[in-house]
Design a protein around this ligand. Structure first.
Ligand SMILES: N[C@@H](CCC(=O)N[C@@H](CS)C(=O)NCC(=O)O)C(=O)O
Length: 244
């Protein structure tokens, strides 16, 4: 039988979420790696399947396509209920969706740190003509700007400090949510609410503000992070270092 096909990249935050979800569910999938620096997510064929021109994209066994990592994770949880990855009850599920939306809104702050590794290195080598052609194929204004910045205008120290501040505020918010006692962010069990934030915490701990994920600064987040990384799915999903 055909397997679902995941179009993704190992270091892409949104792809990491979907891989975590697939790993928790024990789903086998075919892996198609997308090279963002080659614009493989901006080709007409790709845009037909995901008009947003981003990864991940999950093509189901029957050929239908799904995009948006939070949506894909919810779909997987609805169609493969075991183990459950959404909290019980309509209110907690609604809260989970708002949380994912909140975290999604912070992605621009993560990009500032993530793209300086490989993406900016490649993009800064493009000629003006090459850059102009790449920008034309990008469907959203916001991402056009992100690529332009990567290619020509590195983020300033002030912009990086502001992005770091917003990402640390995410840890503050998590610390508060974890204070309600259940050990996980929403509804007392591990869920897509936790998965949504894993790629952020991984990068905050690795490079952006390592001492903030400490027992001293955010003790509940620190404990949550230890338990999260100990889950077998974390290894299977290959949430690995940006420096490798
Ligand atoms: N809200 C989307 C965000 C997807 C997204 O931003 N993906 C990034 C990688 S983490 C991407 O494709 N970036 C390439 C680009 O913007 O051109 C989701 O959760 O799936």
């Amino acid at each position: 039988m055909a397997l679902p096909v995941l179009h993704h990249a190992w270091k892409s935050s949104a792809s990491r979420r979907v891989r975590l979800c697939l790993a928790e569910k024990g789903v086998r999938f075919e892996s198609v790696l997308v090279d963002l620096t080659r614009g493989e997510h901006h080709t007409p064929e790709y845009l037909k399947k995901n008009p947003l021109g981003v990864i991940p994209l999950l093509v189901l066994e029957d050929g239908r396509a799904l995009f948006e990592s939070g949506t894909i994770c919810e779909y997987l949880d609805e169609t493969i209920p075991d183990p459950p990855l959404r909290p019980e009850g309509a209110y907690d599920r609604a809260t989970m969706r708002n949380w994912i939306r909140h975290v999604d809104g912070l992605i621009g702050n993560l990009i500032i740190f993530n793209w300086k590794h490989s993406i900016a290195k490649v993009a800064s080598q493009w000629s003006d003509a090459e850059l102009a052609e790449k920008l034309r194929s990008i469907p959203s204004k916001e991402r056009q700007e992100a690529w332009l910045r990567a290619a020509r205008k590195p983020y300033t120290e002030d912009e990086q400090a502001e992005a770091r501040r917003k990402l640390v505020a995410l840890l503050d918010r998590m610390e508060e949510m974890l204070g309600s006692g259940g050990g996980w962010l929403i509804g007392g069990r591990y869920s897509i609410a936790d998965i949504a934030v894993v790629p952020f915490v991984k990068r905050i701990e690795e490079e952006i503000a390592p001492d903030e994920v400490s027992q001293a600064k955010h003790p509940r987040v620190h404990d949550w992070w230890q338990r999260l990384q100990a889950r077998p799915a974390f290894k299977v999903a290959r949430i690995e270092s940006f420096y490798d």
